[in-house]
Write a protein that binds this ligand. Structure first.
Ligand code: G3I
Length: 366
């Protein structure tokens, strides 16, 4: 997914990026576009019965007033980027740390936003103590305690949950494209059914979501997810929606997106866009060119979905380029150049970019 830049392009990009990063805000060249006068995305979403939101961390919301202003202005929905993951909310068997999740819930309620939960069971990212317990045959009991405790804590306040995140990986060569994990090794695919059944018991009113990535651009992954969802439905497992993470790339074609959406619709499930951002895998020199590539991919992605069904929740994974997981060189080895990426709706100064306008236009035409 990541192209090897030519040495000249690399040096030029690094120089441009360094210069841009070092210049104080007022000295950076003004962008060639201005969307500031348009209504906020949340106003458009509310008028259409939709939610637009972003993944956030409580510290950023509290410490950066520009960030919290942008979130309150543009979003009517938030999701914790990390605060409600197993390792953060239940770091030891007898230790629960709801403080950061509770802080986000309060911020959401004060700002008239809803909050969704991410993620009850991420088989590829369980804390070591859970992996050990699963290996000792305690998987079902651990799932029951974790899911029950978290959902009871937020019952009636978090309306939608990623119950299971990233359970499939066809490249692992396991039956039905399952991802190799301690839970799968110990319990087989039944851990997924059990997780959804436990979630429905703990909060019967919550929207229960299966969340995964790359269904838009990887036919084997898209088919594996549809097969999983059909199996859950056939077994009467309470699943209500699929979360399409949408970590897009300017290079990858959206080859499986349309038929994946039609498959979801045929199953009678909702489709959510849960983690939208765009990795710039096609080299481009100027910010304007980079922003155009990102916006074009965003527009094509959302147009295709809306041509099949209305995703009632559209969330980006962060709101501003200043704080994107894609800028973290440790993020799966991406962005080795250490440059600031431009894959979110607002730039590093929280100004609206063409990607913001692409989301606005598609929602406006919905
Ligand atoms: O909070 C600790 C900190 O105390 C410690 O000093 C530091 C040491 O490295 O780690 C901090 O935790 C980090 C956490 O982000 C909060 O910053 C973890 O190491 C780091 O692995 C974690 O990365 C997150 C990643 O998921 C793994 O959970 C990213 O921020 C987050 O953007 C990313 O989001 C995922 C979705 O949950 C699922 N879909 C893919 C998406 C991108 O990978």
């Amino acid at each position: 997914m990541f192209t090897r830049m030519s040495r000249r392009a690399f040096l030029k990009t690094t120089a441009l990026a360094t210069a841009g990063l070092l210049l104080p805000r007022f000295a950076r060249a003004e962008p060639a576009y201005d969307f500031e006068s348009l209504p906020p995305l949340r106003k458009l979403a509310e008028a259409k019965g939709l939610f637009f939101g972003a993944a956030i961390e409580p510290e950023l919301f509290r410490l950066n007033k520009d960030f919290s202003a942008a979130i309150k202005k543009e979003c009517n929905l938030i999701v914790p980027e990390n605060a409600l993951k197993w390792r953060h909310v239940h770091p030891e068997e007898k230790k629960w740390t709801f403080r950061r999740g509770d802080a986000l819930l309060s911020l959401a309620q004060e700002a008239g936003m809803k909050m969704r939960g991410h993620a009850l069971v991420w088989p590829g990212a369980l804390p070591a103590w859970v992996v050990e317990g699963v290996g000792q045959g305690r998987g079902a009991a651990l799932l029951e305690e974790h899911i029950g405790t978290v959902l009871e804590h937020y019952r009636g306040e978090i309306f939608s949950w990623d119950v299971v995140n990233e359970a499939l990986e066809p490249l692992h060569g396991l039956k039905d494209g399952h991802r190799r994990s301690p839970l799968f090794a110990a319990m087989g695919p039944g851990y997924i059914d059990l997780s959804f059944r436990l979630a429905a018991q703990a909060d019967p009113k919550a929207q229960l979501v299966y969340n995964d990535f790359l269904m838009e651009a990887d036919p084997p992954k898209a088919q594996a997810v549809l097969n999983l969802l059909r199996g859950l439905k056939d077994r009467g497992v309470p699943v209500h929606a699929v979360g399409l993470q949408a970590h897009l790339s300017t290079r990858k074609k959206l080859e499986s997106l349309e038929w994946f959406c039609k498959g979801v619709k045929d199953l009678g499930l909702e489709l959510l866009v849960t983690e939208l951002d765009v990795w710039e895998s096609v080299p481009a020199d100027t910010d304007e060119e980079r922003d155009r590539l990102v916006a074009d991919k965003t527009r094509a992605f959302l147009d295709t979905i809306f041509s099949v069904m209305k995703p009632r929740q559209i969330l980006t994974w962060g709101i501003s380029d200043r704080n994107s997981w894609l800028s973290n060189p440790k993020a799966n080895g991406k962005n080795k150049e250490g440059r600031l990426v431009r894959g979110l709706p607002l730039d590093e100064d929280f100004r609206r970019k063409p990607m913001w306008r692409a989301i606005y236009d598609v929602m406006a035409q919905a």
